[in-house]
Design a binder for this molecule. Sequence first.
Ligand code: FAD
Length: 309
Amino acid sequence: MSTYDLAVIGGGPGGLAAAMYAGLRGLSVVGFEAESFGGQLINLYPSKPVTNFPAQTELPSRELALRLADQAAHFGAELREWEPVEFVGARDGGFALRSTRGEINAHAVVLALGLGRFAPRRLGLDGEERFVGRGLTYRLPPIEEIVADHAVVVGGGDTALDTALSLQRVTDVTLIHRRDEFSAYKHSQDEAAARGLGVLTNARIIELRGGERLESVVVALADDSVELPADLLLVSIGQVPDLAGVEQWELGISGPHIEVDSAMQTDRRGVFAVGDFAAYPGKVRMIATAVAEGSTATASVERFLMTPN
Ligand SMILES: Cc1cc2nc3c(=O)[nH]c(=O)nc-3n(C[C@H](O)[C@H](O)[C@H](O)COP(=O)(O)OP(=O)(O)OC[C@H]3O[C@@H](n4cnc5c(N)ncnc54)[C@H](O)[C@@H]3O)c2cc1C
């Protein structure tokens, strides 16, 4: 089993910065991210221009996230995305981490959990669970695996529009959005118009119908309702963060934050925290703070590794 100087859990700006600074210091470091790298920048506001990050008047959030990940990889961090950490236990004076793909050991841990792991927001309809995996999905499957005659996509952001445009290459698609304006990039909206994508605005699904599998959806419009055939329903209406399970880790976590001192050290030896998950008096939760805390935490990790007892 591999042993690292440092394991960073969470790949938002705080975790990516910690991994980058650890790499710069020559530490062996592995970073785990449950989703794709970027944290809230990717999952909560992927198309927002960030205007308060130093050295750049305006940078799209997705671009900022990608740059942070590239820089961490450039300085030698091993970055693992789509690999949530499920459990962290104490082992031989260090830590054993179990992820969805196996186990590793680490001498120190940086918790960069932010608001938690992101799960897709559900429609909240009766019987929704019954159709999950039976026509209803929250993520676009590989396009070559899609077998559908009538797809319906729900949402108004970039992911929803990109998904609908991708699906349109293999099947008939209707995009449903509860507002009359889309938050997706204008070029995606223009492409949808150019390609004649079927769109219903001011519309929301009120019922899912089918037997073993989804067969149709009932859509409420401004003053009417329609039933659309749907053997594939792709819901893309955002992500909800969740910290469930971390209190069972053997790290003394209770609640949505962990207290740290000015060196980003928690009250457990070898356990550090950064970003939104780390708490101290006067804390400001923003990207630049999370990144700065990554630098402080790795300096502390290096000192800890030199004086382990
Ligand atoms: C709508 C909105 C707009 C914002 N706009 C700005 C802005 O313009 N400028 C600014 O400075 N700040 C902004 N912020 C705040 C900023 O996004 C956060 O302060 C920042 O993302 C915190 O970074 P983080 O790394 O601590 O956490 P996060 O960005 O939350 O990242 C944490 C990561 O940890 C991962 N994770 C959690 N648990 C596990 C696990 N068990 N295993 C593996 N991975 C795990 C999650 O998947 C997530 O990707 C905004 C916040 C919101 C909600």
